[in-house]
Design a protein around this ligand. Structure first.
Ligand code: T1G
Length: 700
C-alpha cells in the first residue's frame, strides 16, 4: 500500500507515499486505515503523526482514479477522515510543500495541524468543475473564517501556509515549524505534548457563523454568477459554504456530498478534468523519454523584428534570457525595439510590471544587422516573410554562421519544415516553433517535428516552451500543422454558410453563443482576411480541387482586410474595434448568392455550430490517423489555447465524445447530403468511423 507505518518511540508516524504528489488513491486510503487501526491497537503508542513523502503532503484525491470504481471504493476519503476523528489517540498532520484538495481535507480531519513555512495550501476542486467533497466546505470556514474560506474555495487559489497562519483567530495550524526539514521532529514533539490532552479538539465542533450571513452570501452570489456563467461549480461551492453557517455539521456534510456527486457527473467537470490531464499529457512524447538529454539554451537569436519577431523575443526576455534580434534595415530594428518597449511600458502603466523589471528585460535585448553576430546563440528562431524562397535564403545564412549544435527554428505557420531543414547541412537541428499572434500573449506553441529533427532537439524545445510558459504541442509536418489545418475546414464551412443564406453576424453570434471567444468572421477581421486570401491563392495552384465560397475573395478584392484596413466582414468606426454588421458586405453576399443561383434557406444555430465544430472534428480525425498529432487530447489543447474553444467543453475532441461519436457521424451524413456542401469532406474520417463502429471515444 502507498502509506507506511513506523513507530517512533511512543509516536506512530504514518507517511503517505504515492508519487508524484501522494494522491489519495484507494491504496493510500487503505494504507492510512490500516495504519490507524495498528496505532490505535498498540498500547505503546500515545499519539499519531501523518505526513507525506517527497514533494507533497498530498495533492488531494487521485485524479487518475476519477470515473473509475476505485474513486468511491471504501475506504473512501470520508471514511478515512472519520477514522482520524474517531481515533482514541490524537492525530497530528505534519503539512509541507503541497497540501491541496483532499489532502487539506485529510489534515482538517486531524485533531491538530503543524505546518512548514511556504507550503502551498488550496482547495482547487472548483478548477476541476467540482467542490471539496470530503468536508472542506464545512471544516475550512470553521478554522479560518467564512470569508477567507469562501474566497479560497470559490477561486481554488493557492495560499501559503504562512499567510493562513497569520489570519487572526485561525485554528487551521496549531503550530508553524521552523522549516520543512524540522517539521517531522517538531510535529512528533507537539504530538507528545498533546498525547494526554482531552477532549481532543475536532474541527467539526467549532462554530461557523457570519455576522451578516444572508447579506454577505447574496453579495458573494451576485459576484460569482457574474463571472462563472458557464461553470456550475463556483455557485455550488458557495451553496455548500453557506450551508456550513446554517446547518448542523452532519447536515452540512450531507449537503456537500450531494452537490459534489452531482458536479462530478456534469459535462463541465468531465471537460475540466480532461483538460487538467491533457495539459500535462501534451509534454509527453511517445518516442522521446522524459529523461532525454537537453541542449543548454542560454542565448536566443530572433530573425525579424516585426510583429511576430518582436512578440517572440518578448517571451524570452520575460524569462530572463538574452535575445539578439536581427533585421535587414536599421529602421526595422528600431521599430521592433520601440514596439517591445511600448508593450512593456503599457504594462508598467497598468501596474503589471515594475520599471526595474522593464529595464532588466530591455537590458537583455540587443540588435544587429549582421548574421555574424549570431554565432554564439544557442538557438535561433526565424520569423520572416511566409515565402519559401525567403526562408531558404535565411536558413542558408544561418547554416553558415550558427555554431555546431545550435537549434535552428522556423516560426512558419504552414510551410514545409522538412523542406526548410533541407536548405541546411544540419536538418537534425531544424524544428518548427509556431507561435500564435500576439506571440507574447497566446499560450499555444506548436512545436513542429521534422522527419530529421533530433530527439534531443525536440526535448530541448519542449522544455524551453515550458520555461517561457507556453502550452507546447508537438505536430508533424503537413500543410497547416494541427490548428491551421483544422481551421481551414472550419473557415470553408463558414463561407458555405454565407452562400446558403447566413450573414457573417449570424454565424459569429451562433458560434460565440456556443462559447468560442470569437466567431470566424470577427476572427478574420482581427487576424487579417488577406492572410487567408494568400493561402487560398497558393492552394489554388497546389490543390485546385478544394472548393471555397468566393465571398472571402470578393471581400479582399474590395481591400476589406479587416481591422487593419478599417473594414472587413464588418465595418469599424475609425480607431474602434467594435464590429458593426456591414450592409455593403451583406449586399455583396446576397448578390453573390443570386449569381450562384442556388436556393438560400434559413439556417439555425445548431446547424451553424455543428457544421463548423464537426468540420474541426473530422479533420482532426484525419490528423490523428496520419500521426500529425499523437493524441486527441493534444488537439484539444491546441484549440483551447490557440483558437478560443470554450474551456468548459474541453476542446473539440472532448466535445465530440460528449455529443457522442455516433451522433457526430450521423449529423455529418446529413451535411454530406446538402448539395451546396462538400460531400467528400463530410465522409467520416476512417478513424472516426472505426471508433463509432467499436463504440469507442477519442479521449478515453
Ligand atoms: N492526482 C493525481 N495526480 C496528480 C494530482 C492529483 N491530485 N495532482 C498532480 N498530479 C500529477 C500530475 O498529473 C503530474 O503527473 C504530476 O502529478 C506533477 O504535476 C475529495 C475530489 C499538486 C500543485 O486539483 O495543482 O481532492 O504528468 O506537473 O507543477 O475534495 O499538480 O508527472 O505524470 O502539476 O509541481 C484536488 C491538482 C483533487 C491538485 C503540483 N487536487 N494538482 O504541481 O506538478 S480533487 C488538485 C496541482 C479532490 C476532494 C477532491 C499540481 C500540484 P505527470 P504537475 P507541479
Amino acid at each position: 500500500m502507498t502509506a507506511h507505518y513506523q513507530a517512533s518511540g511512543n509516536i506512530a508516524v504514518i507517511t503517505l507515499d504515492n508519487p508524484p504528489v501522494n494522491g489519495l488513491g484507494l491504496s493510500t486510503r487503505q494504507g492510512i486505515a490500516a495504519a490507524m487501526e495498528q496505532a490505535n491497537a498498540d498500547k505503546a503508542i500515545t499519539a499519531i503523526v501523518i505526513t507525506g513523502a517527497g514533494k507533497a503532503f498530498s495533492g488531494g484525491a487521485d485524479i487518475r482514479e476519477f470515473g473509475s470504481p476505485k474513486a468511491m471504493a471504501e475506504p473512501n476519503l470520508l471514511s478515512v477522515i472519520k477514522l482520524l476523528e474517531q481515533s482514541n489517540k490524537p492525530v497530528v498532520a505534519a503539512v509541507h510543500s503541497v497540501c491541496m484538495g483532499g489532502g487539506l481535507e485529510l489534515a482538517l480531519g486531524c485533531h491538530y495541524r503543524v505546518a512548514a513555512p511556504n507550503c502551498k495550501v488550496a482547495l482547487p476542486e472548483v478548477k476541476l468543475g467540482l467542490l471539496p467533497g470530503a468536508g472542506g466546505t464545512q471544516r475550512l470556514p470553521r478554522v479560518i473564517g467564512v470569508e477567507a474560506a469562501l474566497n479560497m474555495i470559490v477561486s481554488g487559489d493557492t495560499v501559503s501556509s504562512d499567510m493562513l497562519a497569520a489570519i487572526p483567530g485561525q485554528q487551521l495550524f496549531n503550530k508553524m515549524a521552523a522549516s520543512a526539514d524540522s517539521l517531522l521532529e517538531e510535529a512528533k514533539a507537539f504530538a507528545t505534548d498533546m498525547a494526554d490532552v482531552r477532549p481532543m479538539p475536532l474541527v467539526r465542533d467549532l462554530k461557523c457563523k457570519h455576522p451578516d450571513g444572508d447579506a454577505y452570501f447574496q453579495f458573494a452570489r451576485n459576484m460569482v454568477r457574474g463571472t462563472a456563467k458557464n461553470f456550475p461549480a463556483p455557485e455550488k461551492c458557495l451553496d455548500a459554504v453557506q450551508a456550513a453557517t446554517k446547518r448542523k455539521f452532519e447536515d452540512g456534510m450531507a449537503f456537500e456530498r450531494d452537490l459534489f456527486i452531482n458536479l462530478m457527473w456534469t459535462a463541465e467537470s468531465r471537460a475540466l478534468r480532461h483538460v487538467f490531464m491533457a495539459d500535462r499529457a501534451a509534454s509527453k512524447i511517445p518516442d522521446v523519454p522524459a529523461d532525454t538529454p537537453k541542449r543548454e539554451i542560454k542565448q536566443i537569436a530572433v530573425i525579424g523584428a516585426g510583429t511576430m519577431g518582436g512578440g517572440i523575443s518578448m517571451n524570452f526576455l520575460n524569462a530572463g534570457m538574452p535575445v539578439v534580434m536581427l533585421e535587414t534595415k536599421q529602421e526595422a530594428l528600431d521599430r521592433g525595439v520601440a514596439t517591445i518597449l511600448k508593450n512593456y511600458e503599457s504594462q508598467v502603466k497598468k501596474g503589471k510590471l515594475s520599471q526595474e523589471v522593464l529595464d532588466q528585460r530591455m537590458g537583455l535585448l540587443s540588435t544587429t544587422l549582421t548574421y555574424d553576430d549570431l554565432k554564439d546563440a544557442d538557438m535561433v528562431i526565424e520569423a520572416v516573410f511566409e515565402e519559401m524562397n525567403v526562408k531558404e535564403a535565411v536558413f542558408k545564412q544561418l547554416d553558415a554562421v550558427m555554431k555546431p549544435g545550435a537549434i535552428l527554428a522556423s516560426n512558419t505557420s504552414t510551410l514545409d519544415v522538412d523542406q526548410i531543414a533541407a536548405f541546411t547541412k544540419r536538418p537534425q537541428d531544424v524544428i518548427g516553433t509556431h507561435f500564435f499572434s500576439p506571440a507574447n500573449v497566446m499560450k499555444l506553441l506548436e512545436v513542429v517535428r521534422g522527419k530529421a529533427t533530433a530527439k534531443d532537439v525536440l526535448a530541448t524545445v519542449m522544455a524551453l516552451g515550458k520555461r517561457i510558459k507556453k502550452t507546447s504541442v508537438v505536430s508533424g509536418v503537413c500543410d497547416g500543422f494541427i490548428g491551421n489545418r483544422m481551421i481551414e475546414q472550419y473557415s470553408r464551412q463558414a463561407g458555405f454558410l454565407l452562400d446558403e443564406g447566413c450573414t457573417p453576424a449570424q454565424v459569429d453570434k451562433a458560434v460565440e453563443k456556443f462559447g468560442f471567444a470569437m466567431g470566424p468572421f470577427r476572427m478574420g477581421d482581427l487576424a487579417g482576411n488577406d492572410i487567408g486570401w494568400a493561402i487560398r491563392k497558393r492552394r489554388a495552384i497546389d490543390k485546385p480541387d478544394i472548393t471555397y465560397s468566393k465571398t472571402a475573395d470578393l471581400l479582399c478584392e474590395l481591400g476589406r482586410y479587416g481591422q487593419k484596413t478599417g473594414a472587413g466582414w464588418y465595418d469599424y468606426a475609425p480607431g474602434q474595434r467594435k464590429a458593426i454588421p456591414s450592409t455593403l458586405v451583406e449586399d455583396m453576399v446576397s448578390e453573390h448568392r443570386a449569381k450562384l443561383g442556388t436556393p438560400t434557406r434559413k439556417i439555425g444555430d445548431e446547424e451553424i455550430v455543428h457544421r463548423l465544430v464537426f468540420s474541426l472534428i473530422n479533420e482532426a480525425a484525419h490528423i490523428l490517423e496520419e500521426g500529425i498529432a499523437s493524441k486527441a487530447s493534444d488537439i484539444d489543447m491546441v484549440y483551447l489555447t490557440g483558437y478560443g474553444f470554450p474551456l468548459w467543453r474541453g476542446g473539440p475532441m472532448r466535445y465530440a465524445d460528449e455529443y457522442g461519436l455516433f451522433n457526430v457521424a450521423q449529423r455529418m451524413q446529413q451535411f454530406a447530403a446538402n448539395p451546396q456542401d462538400d460531400a467528400t469532406f463530410w465522409q467520416p474520417a476512417p478513424l472516426l468511423a472505426r471508433l463509432v463502429a467499436e463504440g469507442k471515444t477519442f479521449t478515453g
